[in-house]
Write a protein that binds this ligand. Structure first.
Ligand SMILES: Nc1ncnc2c1ncn2[C@@H]1O[C@H](COP(=O)(O)OP(=O)(O)OP(=O)(O)O)[C@@H](O)[C@H]1O
Length: 247
């Protein structure tokens, strides 16, 4: 009597992850968000891996910023799930979600939103101080980020004394100073001329890649999206993935 055929060896876990790509650090499934009876998100899905930059594109009003706000736990979705590092954001308390945003997420908006009363180094040090670091240590840790973003010459200036491009670089330095796992950038170059915009994108994506951070990049400009590894298009609150954009 012949021996029963041996079942194939189960694949090693490492092989499986190679086949399916790196595990996502942040995922959203079937997100729905309704404002005044009109859906801003209507079944949006999203996933991003550590070290990956994903451009979120789409027409004005399609739901890009709403998606970013739900992913970052800034606004709660009406339905669907957002999972960060295995944790369901909706299951966290408000305090836990704020702590997560302070410690593990970084934010860059269209207009740098620097604190006008603080110098540039104080602005970059601010999120570090919010995580409990003393003033001197926070500013010491902030300086290399100003150098990295090529704005160490404005270290002691206030936002009102510097250009828009310099301000946006300071804002990127501030977003990266806590070495976040995910950077949320909403039209980070929207207020800049194309040369400054491209430099900000180069510096942002290079610094994020070096530290292994994921970048969720909301933009309506193809030129800016070209810095991403791939694109997700939002239309009428629904997402659609595109093939990787050529860098
Ligand atoms: N806080 C809010 N209150 C009421 N309606 C909102 C709010 N935020 C977004 N919306 C609505 O939700 C829809 C999607 O807006 P969202 O800002 O997400 O789009 P967007 O794609 O980022 O647009 P844009 O490219 O113009 O910034 C729009 O119809 C908008 O008016």
């Amino acid at each position: 009597m012949s021996a029963a055929p041996r079942s194939p060896e189960p694949p090693e876990l490492s092989e499986l992850s190679e086949l399916s790509g790196p595990a996502p650090i942040l995922t959203a499934t079937a997100l729905r968000k309704v404002y005044a009876g009109t859906p801003a998100l209507d079944g949006a899905d999203f996933a991003i891996a550590a070290g990956e930059t994903v451009a979120v594109m789409g027409p004005s009003g399609s739901g890009k910023s709403t998606l970013l706000h739900c992913l970052a736990g800034i606004v709660p979705a009406d339905a669907g799930t957002v999972t960060y590092a295995g944790r369901d954001l909706a299951a966290l308390s408000d305090g836990e979600r704020s702590a997560l945003r302070r410690r593990e997420f970084g934010f860059v908006f269209q207009f740098g939103q620097l604190v006008p009363e603080l110098t540039c180094v104080e602005n970059v040090a601010l999120p570090l101080r919010l995580t409990g670091l003393g003033r001197r240590d926070a500013e010491r840790a902030a300086r290399p980020w100003l150098e990295r973003l090529e704005v160490d010459d404005v270290t002691h200036k206030r936002p009102g004394e510097i250009s828009g491009g310099q301000g946006q670089r300071v804002a990127v330095a501030r977003a990266l100073a806590t070495t976040p796992r995910v950077v949320f950038a909403d039209e980070p170059t929207g207020a800049l001329d194309s040369l400054n915009g491209e430099r900000v994108m180069e510096l942002l994506t290079a610094a994020a890649q070096d530290s292994g951070a994921a970048v969720v990049l909301v933009t309506h400009e193809a030129r800016v999206a070209a810095y991403a590894d791939r694109e997700v298009v939002v239309r009428d609150g629904r997402t659609r993935s595109l093939e990787p954009a050529g860098r």
